[in-house]
Write a protein that binds this ligand. Structure first.
Ligand SMILES: Nc1ncnc2c1ncn2[C@@H]1O[C@H](COP(=O)(O)OP(=O)(O)OP(=O)(O)O)[C@@H](O)[C@H]1O
Ligand SMILES: [Mg+2]
Length: 340
């Protein structure tokens, strides 16, 4: 009884606010010293593709494993598909592709998908039909009867993705789905994710491939050392960085420094002027003045932070230090062991 009570107190449900995943204050420490998650707050809306980014050891897979009830959090509140996190109830409506999955090599692609269907309690007929349809969807029909130990890494990922879809899940959790997949395969997976979203599935994606996330995700979160440091659309997260660049022949004009926040940089025989505005009208007086001075303008373009810049901004702290993988609790001096 006491055990039940203490377990329940870990998982306090909250209102879902229409979100499929709505978790707050998630904490997990491994071996009393590795702080994998340190108060994560994260919301994923129904029908969106959500990308979770972060450096190695940031805690991305741990969060997914907590949602799948594979890892038990130290503390969490919130819901997953309307149920308290930790409940097995929503799992029948969830598809999961684990990171570094290790399905037995003696099984064929078809068998892996059918096995996954059996775990979701599909009938034999449903398993058969779904497995064949999904093999086709991930471009693996030709290899369906071959054993996994003859597959390449990309082929394993494709079958892994197919097994995650066998129960026609409402939410699909994909941990590095394009790991080891070639560019053509990555594009096919990207198209498949967009199709799945259009069919009404919610997709939660862990990935390191920034450009890929930009192409496919409706919203992203960046996790660093067990905390979500940014969350929103790429457009929202890069809005403040938007500016215009004007390039002209010749040295940099002196008057640029008098403009608020504008900067000028001398390149070989050009000057690059950067103006912190996304309003093209606001830069017209600068262009007019340059023309009046008889300068040739070689380029005018709008610039914004790339996903890589955004990522670096999230992982590099004010002192310029890059966040190290995982956060460890340092042993106290003289304690001779792990800190409590
Ligand atoms: N079972 C475990 N036992 C001990 N430490 C663990 C365990 N699982 C994860 N960790 C640690 O927790 C931290 C977060 O790991 P996690 O796998 O969640 O990171 P990640 O963001 O998925 O990293 P990657 O991008 O490399 O996949 C790391 O420091 C990792 O070493
Ligand atoms: Mg991981």
């Amino acid at each position: 009884m006491h055990r039940l009570l203490s377990f329940a107190s870990l998982y306090s449900p909250m209102s879902t606010n229409g979100n499929v995943i709505d978790v707050h204050d998630v904490h997990k420490t491994f071996k009393k010293r590795i702080k994998a998650l340190q108060g994560v707050d994260l919301q994923v809306g129904a029908g969106e593709i959500f990308g979770l980014l972060g450096p190695n050891g940031a805690g991305k897979s741990t969060l997914v494993k907590i949602l799948m009830t594979v890892v038990r959090p130290d503390r969490i509140s919130g819901t997953f598909l309307g149920n308290s996190v930790g409940s097995k109830q929503p799992l029948a409506r969830v598809g999961y592709l684990p990171e570094h999955h290790n399905f037995p090599g003696y099984l064929t692609g078809l068998q892996v998908i059918e096995f996954s269907g059996a775990m979701c309690r599909l009938t034999k007929r449903e398993r058969r039909t779904n497995a064949r349809r999904l093999l086709d969807r991930v471009g693996m029909t030709r290899w369906g009867s071959s054993r996994l130990n003859s597959y390449s890494k990309g082929m394993l990922q494709r079958v892994g993705l197919a097994q995650a879809l066998v129960n026609d899940p409402k939410v699909v959790l994909l941990d590095e789905p394009t790991d080891g997949v070639d560019p053509v395969g990555r594009r096919e997976i990207r198209d498949l994710l967009l199709e799945l979203r259009d069919e009404g599935h919610t997709i939660f994606l862990n990935s390191h491939l920034l450009s890929e996330l930009e192409m496919v995700c409706d919203r992203v979160a960046i996790m660093v050392q067990g905390r979500v440091s940014m969350q929103g659309t790429i457009e929202e997260l890069t809005r403040d960085s938007r500016r215009h660049e004007v390039r002209c022949i010749g040295p940099c004009p002196d008057w640029i420094t008098a403009l608020p926040d504008a900067t000028a940089e001398c390149l070989e025989d050009e000057c690059r002027i950067s103006i912190p505005t996304d309003d093209v009208e606001a830069i017209q007086p600068i262009i007019d003045r340059l023309r009046k001075e008889g300068r040739s303008i070689t380029r005018v373009h709008a610039v914004r932070e790339s996903p890589e810049d955004l990522f670096m901004r999230a992982v590099v702290d004010e002192s310029g230090t890059i966040a190290a993988p995982g956060a460890e609790i340092k042993p106290r001096r003289g304690s001779g062991g792990d800190a409590p």
